[in-house]
Design a protein around this ligand. Structure first.
Ligand SMILES: Cc1ncc(COP(=O)(O)O)c(C=O)c1O
Length: 360
């Protein structure tokens, strides 16, 4: 849900038989608004609030992935007060380096995610002592944009050991969840090394201690990244400091990944003109930050005012991370199905940006 949460997209993905991995009460409500069955929702999150736990228990989500010791009492108390038995999984931290960008590397002990194995075992014992909790799963997630299946295998091996231990303690485990993270190709060089879904599943499957336990995975990026394209208009071009700048009407507010993770997105000019030369541009946006760019040193056919650029592979963590910085309304989302296009999110209006503000 965090990769691309548009209601139409969630509905489409759910119609293919997939469940939803959420990280907030807002994302639970978003799933419900899309018509997702509550039992198909699992909830990870390092700092779940009481209100979020109450919401999850009330609507009956499929599982809470516990990431901190205090969640055990919190979920037990809410479950008891509602007279419910609640399924929980432990998100443990395998201390494995996902070998990806620091800001999306989540499986190392020094990150905030999950419980280290010693603590995870203590928390498992506690859960097993609680009358309203069922420890039905174990989960880990070593990060996003993972190419190295060796690291997935290393995390799977730790999951399997932990699962065997938990089964010995009497945990009614039904699944091991190896999280998301399958990489996609943003560039030509990525294409040569991007793992197949099959190879990823083969590596993740090594987590299973026996064939009665199901494998769950939570891919976000790999489902939606390739399906999305950000279109932006060239306002004009200029030269400065020996560089050519393409000045665009979209930037970090529409696609923050280049500013936040130094991420590369392939960019192409959509209009065709004969006899054009390739020129190297920094493709930059309008936001008042030096980091507001869509790509640096991009080789593009020469640009004119009014050209439309397509920023590729923007479906994941694009619109879902868009912001209103600089009082910029977020753009429309258009679904394309063959020849048919549908507006699945209206362009935001300016006044909606300050509707909730009050002059005192
Ligand atoms: C717990 C969890 N599962 C799944 C995902 C999805 O990761 P990706 O989009 O890389 O597949 C994330 C992303 O951060 C996550 O934190």
């Amino acid at each position: 849900v965090k990769a691309l949460g548009n209601l139409s997209v969630l509905r489409l993905i759910s119609s293919e038989g997939l469940g939803m991995d959420v990280v907030s009460g807002g994302e639970i409500e978003r799933c419900l608004a899309a018509g997702i069955a509550p039992g198909d929702i699992i909830f990870s999150g390092v700092a779940k609030s009481r209100a979020e736990v109450e919401l999850g228990v009330r609507v009956g989500i499929g599982s809470f992935n516990i990431e901190a010791p205090h969640e055990v009492d919190l979920i037990q108390n809410v479950a008891l007060a509602s007279g419910k038995i609640v399924s929980v999984a432990i998100r443990f931290n395998p201390d494995i380096d996902g070998d990806t960008h620091d800001k999306i590397n989540t499986g190392l002990a020094e990150t905030k995610f999950g419980l280290n194995l010693d603590l995870a075992k203590k928390v498992a014992a506690e859960i097993l002592s609680k009358p309203n909790l069922r420890l039905t799963g174990l989960t880990c997630h070593i990060g996003s944009q993972i190419f190295d299946m060796g690291q997935v295998r290393a995390a799977a091996s730790r999951s399997r050991e932990f699962a065997s231990w938990a089964l010995d303690q009497g945990a009614p485990l039904s699944h091991i969840d190896m999280g998301g993270g399958l990489a996609v190709a943003y560039s030509e060089s990525d294409l040569a090394r991007v793992p197949s879904f099959k190879d990823w599943i083969a590596a993740a499957k090594e987590a299973l201690p026996n064939d009665k336990i199901a494998l769950h995975v939570e891919p976000g990026r790999a489902i939606v990244a390739d399906s999305g394209v950000l279109l932006t208009e060239v306002i004009d071009t200029k030269e400065s400091g020996g560089k050519n700048f393409a000045l665009c009407d979209a930037g970090m507010t529409e696609l923050v990944r280049p500013a936040m993770y130094e991420a590369y997105h392939h960019i192409i000019r959509t209009s065709r003109r004969a006899g054009d030369l390739d020129i190297i541009y920094d493709v930059v946006g309008p936001v008042c930050e030096t980091s507001c760019a869509l790509g640096y040193d991009m080789r593009l056919q020469s640009l004119l005012k009014g050209d439309i650029l397509a920023v590729l592979t923007s479906g994941a963590y694009g619109m879902s991370m868009a912001s209103n910085y600089n009082s910029r309304p977020r753009p429309a989302e258009i679904a394309i199905d063959g020849e048919v296009t549908r507006v699945i999110r209206q362009r935001e209006t300016l006044s909606s940006l300050w509707d909730s503000e009050r002059i005192q």
